[in-house]
Design a protein around this ligand. Structure first.
Ligand code: DQA
Length: 149
């Protein structure tokens, strides 16, 4: 089972940016936590971060036919990007949306998510653990689907 973990703009600045919302853990420590969890669960994981919308679209398209599930934190593009929504719809890969902070309790514009309608689940406000939970949900979702098939 292969999962692609995608992170959008400014998440490479974790540990530096707004620790009151995102904590003090760095982007490197997030990647390490994800890799460790993947290894424990026997999941093959690919991790990619970009500050550019088109690069995220390219990464989603590149997952087509290659990856079983996507965990995505589109960061600020959550609230603006039809292109990322369309890319997730285009590839039809089971996807979970993740946010480190509790977006529903912040500024009103953060309550809008373009990508949500293309995701089968969303996890917010659980810090880095949200990524691990999202990986677990994808695994359960795929196992469930496999059972029905
Ligand atoms: C975020 C929430 C977004 O509103 C924000 O633009 C981010 C990070 C989160 O993980 O909580 O960059 O996606």
């Amino acid at each position: 089972m292969k999962i692609l973990v995608l992170n959008g703009p400014n998440l490479n600045f974790l540990g530096i940016r707004e620790p009151e919302h995102y904590g003090t853990g760095t982007y490197e420590s997030l990647c390490e936590t994800i890799r460790r969890h993947a290894e424990t669960c026997g999941i093959e994981v690919e991790i990619f971060q970009s500050n550019h919308e088109g690069a995220l679209v390219d990464a989603i398209q590149g997952a087509y036919g290659r990856v079983d599930g996507i965990v995505i934190n589109p960061a600020a593009y959550t609230h603006t990007s039809v292109a990322i929504l369309d890319a997730v719809k285009a590839v039809s890969i089971p996807t979970v949306e993740v946010h480190i902070s509790k977006v529903s309790e912040r500024e009103p514009f953060r309550r809008i998510s373009y990508i949500r309608s293309a995701c089968f689940d969303v996890i917010t406000g659980k810090g880095f653990d949200g990524y691990l939970e999202a990986m677990d949900r994808i695994r359960e979702h795929l196992l469930e689907k496999g059972k029905k098939a």
